[in-house]
Design a protein around this ligand. Structure first.
Ligand code: FE2
Length: 377
């Protein structure tokens, strides 16, 4: 494992959510977001503790898990946080080595390395803690042949992980392709601590920094640092609230309702955002909207783009440009009753940024929502 990638991370394997009712979450992510159910674990498969549905759309895999008993740790998680992300799990070269190296570098253990086995083969899994109650699992396929593993092939023949049976229920895909980044909200004064964690433990580096001048309105502000792995395939921005404005930072609102640091949003890449957002809106997904004046100023701000301005305005899609190209993005409203986790739909056309030019318009729109919730002042 190299200096650049000390834990041997390959990619995000899946994101697991703890939810109050996995059956209904499955329906929502299938019918509204277009994921397909591919695997299942629950009472019928001999799992007496939890029910989990594995949902996939192209290269994005989500797992929705609910506890079946009140004394299960997932029940505590849901009681405290509401529905939310529990685990950002990585596929790694060797779960034991990743875990040992992470611990040696100062990570706190969540789950010690162990085998997961069923009739389809075996998998090695361990986990460490990150911000709040969120963990990072390390998963490797141990077929005893490291050359095969480094080729990305593995011996595990099951539909997902041991303990899951194949269960296919097709969703009507909306063109979601890949996770671009996953943002964590942490407490005031803790952003640098968690950036150092991703640097020192995971071998990430600071990719972009936004201070409270980049991300502020009259009422509120936040600060953000994007941490990235060496290949820029895994990007984890870390946000903290900023003080000294008249209103409450949207990050503080999140912390007040999630009751701890946690995942704020997951950005999902697509190839044709007009198509994807049209579908999502047809399916009933609610997005934040910026004032119409945004679109009047857009041509001067971003110059020539391939998309029709009217389509963008109708759908509420935002555009930003940097020296390498431009991006198109839009943000859902929170997908829980608590104002916590939401999603970003993102298309990159060369641009490697995060939409800095949209922050102001976006945050004014978020503040309007906060005001309606009675949480701005
Ligand atoms: Fe984002």
């Amino acid at each position: 494992m190299s200096q650049e990638n000390p834990l041997g991370l390959k990619k995000i394997h899946h994101v697991e959510f703890y939810v109050g009712n996995a059956k209904q979450a499955e329906f929502y992510y299938r019918k509204a977001f277009g994921f397909s159910r591919i695997a299942y674990s629950g009472l019928e498969t001999g799992n007496r503790e939890t029910t989990s549905y594995v949902m996939r759309q192209n290269r994005v895999t989500f797992v929705f898990t609910t506890p079946l008993e009140p004394d299960h740790p997932a029940a505590e998680h849901i009681k405290l946080h509401g529905d939310g992300v529990r685990d950002i799990a990585f596929l790694v070269e060797d779960a034991d080595k990743a875990y040992e190296e992470a611990i040696r570098r100062g990570a706190k253990s969540a789950i010690e390395p162990h085998d997961l086995k069923d009739e389809f083969g075996s998998v090695r899994r361990a986990a460490i803690h990150t911000y709040g109650d969120t963990i990072h699992s390390f998963i490797s396929y141990n077929n005893g042949d490291s050359t095969t593993q480094s080729n990305g092939h593995h011996s595990y023949k099951g539909p997902f992980l041991p303990g899951f049976i194949e269960q296919k229920v097709e969703g009507e895909g909306v063109g979601i392709q890949l996770i671009d980044h996953i943002v964590g909200n942490v407490e005031l004064g803790k952003m640098n601590y968690w950036c150092d964690f991703y640097r020192d433990v995971m071998g990430f580096h600071r990719y972009i920094t936004f201070d409270d001048n980049d991300i502020s309105t009259e009422y509120s502000a936040l600060m953000s640092i994007v941490m990235s792995d060496g290949s820029h395939n895994i990007k984890f921005p870390i946000n903290e609230p900023a003080e000294g404005r008249r209103g409450k930072s949207q990050i503080q609102e999140y912390l007040d309702y999630y009751k701890s640091p946690g995942v704020q949003h997951i950005a999902l890449l697509c190839k044709d955002i007009i198509h994807t957002v049209s579908k999502l809106q047809e399916n009933g997904i609610e997005f934040l909207r910026v004032p119409d004046t945004y679109y009047e100023a857009l041509p001067d701000r971003v110059g020539k783009i391939d998309e029709n301005l009217e389509d963008l305005r109708r759908l509420g899609i935002l555009v930003d440009r940097d020296e390498d190209g431009y991006l198109l993005q839009i943000f859902t409203k929170p997908v829980e009753d608590r104002p916590t986790l939401f999603f970003e739909i993102l298309q990159r056309k060369g641009c490697k940024g995060f939409g800095k030019g949209n922050f102001k318009a976006l945050f004014i729109s978020i503040e309007e929502e906060q005001k309606r919730r009675g949480n701005l002042f």
